[in-house]
Write a protein that binds this ligand. Structure first.
Ligand code: UTP
Length: 224
């Protein structure tokens, strides 16, 4: 059974208003998908992580500490998803190696070490599990030429080359809590390991299902 790795932004799972029906529908989709593929999910920190990181930064905590705070929040978010999934691991692994070796239809994890975001954890896991594809489920409809939350004329890039993304964003980690679509260290792994990578709005479960099932979807495909 081929693996699919899905990185789900914390902001997708945990929005301002608690949306139980979204959780229920997501769970139905993930369970259905796990019948054909082994599913690995990496959960992000979302607004809670950013709030704590902002507080820590104002208190002059160093970058490593800020990353560690972010990691802890991603692990709490992962635990919440794991608890409601039932057919997944309950204890959240600390490394991608540990996650790879868990014998469950769905494996859930959060962040691992400082210096990158959960995007990179997902890419690392996709490389280790020789995944069929890596899906980044974020809170916008794909990769844009500029931030669509700030610029109304931002254009979505339906296909974008990994080389162009690295030229634009670099392959380095910038700083804790920085909300960019894909972080540099993740881009580097995607390029090196040639991982088929897709970016989709995780709130739109019909679109997420289309990516999982290899149908035409509304989002971005990274050309390798
Ligand atoms: P996220 O992966 O959620 O970052 O991790 P993000 O891209 O800011 O947020 P989403 O995608 O909208 O959810 C939150 C923070 O935790 C630290 C980083 O500081 C990151 O910004 N982190 C996370 C790590 O240092 N290492 C990890 O493996 C994961």
């Amino acid at each position: 059974m081929k693996a699919i790795v899905i990185s789900i932004g914390g902001s997708v799972l945990f929005s301002e208003d608690i949306d139980i029906s979204f959780f229920n529908q997501l769970i139905v989709l993930l369970k259905k998908s796990s019948k054909k593929n082994k599913i690995f999910i990496v959960v992000g920190g979302g607004k809670t992580a950013r709030t704590y990181i902002k507080l820590g930064r104002e208190l002059n905590f160093n970058e490593k500490t800020l990353d560690e705070i972010g990691i802890k929040i991603t692990r709490i978010n992962a635990e919440i998803l794991a608890r409601i999934l039932k057919i997944s691991n309950k204890d959240i692994p600390f490394t991608t190696k540990e996650a790879k070796d868990i014998d469950k239809p769905i494996v859930v994890m959060g962040g691992t070490t400082p210096g990158h975001s959960t995007d990179m954890v997902g890419a690392e896991l996709a490389e280790k599990t020789h995944a069929d594809k890596y899906i980044i489920a974020t809170n916008v409809d794909g990769i844009y030429d500029k931030d669509p939350n700030k610029y109304s004329d931002a254009k979505k890039l339906i296909k974008v080359s990994i080389k162009k993304l690295i030229e634009k964003y670099g392959a380095n980690w910038s700083s804790a809590g920085k909300n960019i679509v894909i972080d540099g260290p993740a881009l580097e792994i995607i390029q090196r390991a040639k991982i088929p990578t897709f970016v989709v709005n995780g709130k739109k479960l019909d679109q997420l299902e289309k990516v999982i099932t290899n149908q035409k979807f509304n989002g971005s495909t990274i050309k390798l």
